[in-house]
Design a protein around this ligand. Structure first.
Ligand code: GLP
Length: 261
């Protein structure tokens, strides 16, 4: 795992993606507040003619259940609002787990099959929940978990209430999420985090035991995983910095205009 700390998570990540763009055929995407700025940069690069989605395919991590696809709080609608409405991704190559389906198990198997049929995900962008969840893999999710229906923690529903008029009770109780096993199969991972509220859980994920209680701790098993963090999210890790590394994971501070490797 490589850790990068920068006040400009969005731009640094966007520039890295731009450099890697020709090699990325299948992109994994995330929702939440954290990647919103990154998507803004991708839209700008698209308008500047610096990248195209015409030959890409995307898979999102998760979707609330049960929500119709046009519900404004749905992750499908969110991705359309932030990114898909602006870029040239063919609509049939934009995949999000279904928010409504008659047969949940079949839909989950089908999502995994679609990812496999696409040749797997080249690079998956991730965020992290304050309880250590990645996608909606709440604490207790094993490292070999696959796409499935999951019950959301009350703390997760509270954290996401802003997208549902500020009322946690309006946040769906369940979601369909890819599993940790699904995520670990991507060829490359980038986890983004911003703000001091994420500092403690990032310390647990990087320095604590690898445990299902902190699902993000399993990212340490991945051979090509980068964390791109702002200084607030990295606060606790920076305190543990020894000889340029935290718990054996190299940490680099990225200054104005610099790029990450
Ligand atoms: C939701 C999403 C996660 C995301 C997390 C963090 O729970 N399912 O994929 O990483 O929120 O969200 P935020 O970026 O808003 O802190």
């Amino acid at each position: 795992m490589k850790i990068f700390v920068t006040p400009d998570v969005d731009r640094v990540t966007a520039q890295y993606l731009l450099r890697r763009w020709p090699q990325l055929r299948v992109l994994g995407l995330a929702t939440g507040r954290t990647p919103e700025g990154l998507y803004g940069w991708l839209v700008q690069y698209f308008y500047e003619g610096r990248l195209s989605f015409a030959d890409k395919r995307t898979f999102n991590l998760d979707e609330y259940y049960a929500l119709p696809p046009n519900h404004p709080g749905s992750y499908r609608a969110t991705m359309v609002r932030l990114l898909m409405q602006y870029v040239d991704l063919p609509p049939d190559r934009f995949h999000v787990p279904p928010g409504l389906t008659e047969d949940v198990e079949a839909a989950c198997r089908n999502y995994e099959a679609q990812i496999r049929a696409a040749g797997g995900v080249d690079l998956w962008i991730l965020g992290i929940g304050q309880d250590g969840h990645i996608a909606f893999n709440e604490p207790g999710s094993p490292p070999d978990s696959r796409t499935r229906l999951i019950r959301l923690e009350e703390s997760t529903r509270r954290a996401n209430a802003d997208f549902f008029g500020g009322d946690p009770q309006q946040v769906p109780t369940h979601a369909i999420t890819v599993g940790i096993g699904t995520i670990l199969e991507a060829r490359e991972l980038i986890l983004l985090a911003k703000g001091s509220a994420k500092a403690e859980i990032l310390e647990a994920a990087v320095c604590g035991p690898e445990t299902a209680q902190v699902p993000a701790s399993f990212l340490r098993r991945h051979p090509r995983c980068r964390l791109i963090l702002d200084p607030e999210a990295a606060g606790r890790l920076l305190r543990r910095l020894e000889n340029g590394a935290v718990n054996g994971h190299p940490l680099q501070k990225v200054h104005d205009g610099a790029e990450i490797g």
